[in-house]
Design a protein around this ligand. Sequence first.
Ligand code: UDP
Length: 250
Amino acid sequence: MADVLAEKASPAAGPAYKRVLLKISGEALMGPQQFGLHPPTVERIAGQVVALHDLGVEICLVIGGGNVFRGLQGSAQGMERTTADYMGMLATVMNALAMQSAVETLGLPTRVISAIPMDEVCEPYIRRRAVRHLEKGRVCIFAAGTGNPYFTTDTAATLRASEMSCDAIFKGTQVDGVYDSDPKKNPDAKRYDRVSYDIVLQKNLKVMDASAIALARDNGLPIIVFSLDEPCGLAGIVKGEGRFTIVEPG
Ligand code: UDP
C-alpha cells in the first residue's frame, strides 16, 4: 500500500506534501454518540492534527456540520431549503470552534475563518490573509462551508484546497478507503488502492459529492481517503504509511 505514495515520499524521507487540507465530516466528531460533539473524540483528532504539524506540514481544516444539522434534513421536514442550509453552515462554525479549542489546548495556534462574516467569533475569509496564517504555521480552520446554500462542505474543502494551493485533500472517514459498495453491508465489497476521478463519478462511488470530485479533477487535486482510526494516524498516512485510497487522474 505504501508504494502508492512512495513515489512522492517514503516514511524515512518525511511527508510527501508541504500543504494539505484535511476534511472531516461533522459525524466524525460524534464518537459513540448519535448527535453533537464527543470531547474525547475531538481531542483525539486534534492530536492527529498536531502530530502532522510537527512534521512541518501546513494544515487547512474543513469540518462538516452533519453531527448538528443538515440542510436536506431540515427541508425534508418542511423548512425552506436555503434557511436550512444556512443552519447547516452555522453548525460547521460550532464544530470549527470546538476543534480550535482542542488544537490550541495542545499548544498549536489556529485561526477559524468563516465564509459568513461573524467578526466577534472568528475571522472573515480573506484568501491572502489565510495564506499568511499558513506560512506562519497556524492551522486554518475554514468554517461555514462555501457560504452558499445548495453546497456541501466537501465542495468547500475542494474550493479552499484549490484557493490555498494545497498539494492534496485528505478525507478522514470511518473506513480505510474507497469501496465499490458499502463494506459494512457487503462483505464482498471491492476496495480500491487507486481510482480515477472519472470512475468515481461514473460509478457514483461514495468519496465526496460529484461537484467536489469534478472541482478536484479540474484542479488536479489528489484526494486521499483514509480512516480516522488508522493506527499510524494522519501523520503516517501523509508519509505514505497505512491504508488509504488515492483518487487521482486516470
Ligand atoms: N452547507 C451549505 N453550503 C456549504 C456547506 C454546507 O449549505 O457550502 C450546509 C448544508 O445544509 C449541509 C450542512 O451545511 O447539509 C452541513 O454540511 P455537510 O452536510 O457537508 O456536513 P458533513 O456531512 O461533512 O458533516
